[in-house]
Design a protein around this ligand. Sequence first.
Ligand code: MG
Ligand code: MG
Length: 253
Amino acid sequence: MINRKSRDEIKRMKHAGHIVALVHKAMKENIKAGMSTKDLDDIAMEVIHANKAIPTFLGYNGFPASICTSINENVVHGIPSKNVILKEGDIISVDVGATYGGMVGDSAWTYPVGKIAPEIENLLKFTEESLFAGISKMRAGNVLDDISSAVEAVANREHLGIVRQYGGHGVGHVMHEDPFLYNYSVGDKTLIKSGMVIAIEPMLNLGCDEVIQLPDEWTVQTADKKPSAHFEHTVLATDGEPELMTIIREEFL
Ligand code: MG
Ligand code: MG
């Protein structure tokens, strides 16, 4: 069942989303060659705790860190490590979840480390575009397939692979609520209603669609080892414009 959030739940979700956005701001300001993905996890943990929130990912199905850090051909669910050092020309996808007042915010972004190759720059640009194409369809009266099709259209236009096994999801009291949201059209006619909150999160690849899971049982990697990007916002459907939940808000600063 897809629940619709009350005014009070939405307020707490915006606060959780604000904290997630503060973590991303810190990532953007700090990511550089030479640092480890564990350094990034430490920074994220500090921001989450300083804002009296709980790192949603820590302990989630046993996940050992507060963010997922996935470099280059790693798609999602990479585990921060002091042995994984960022290099010039890498890309790193950082996925962040924070729980505040019992409600969850969830957002991912792929960052360049210094200067990156033009084709990888395009991968980031078009994956972000596909996210916002999906967000634009998160409107009461539309159906889930409108979001999926909008994401897929950008990926197809740019000949990018679409990760099939993972997708967006309802979010609220816990990180993964109904519905599951595909990043390609499957004809899902589930009606979007105001008060529904969905994490929209395309994962697009420079190469093929296929992914594999590494022996650490977490890291998902492209089968052809080509780079992958991941952009995600938590989004509220209203009777008007879609509203981003995972952004910084003056009222919570
Ligand atoms: Mg996420
Ligand atoms: Mg998510």
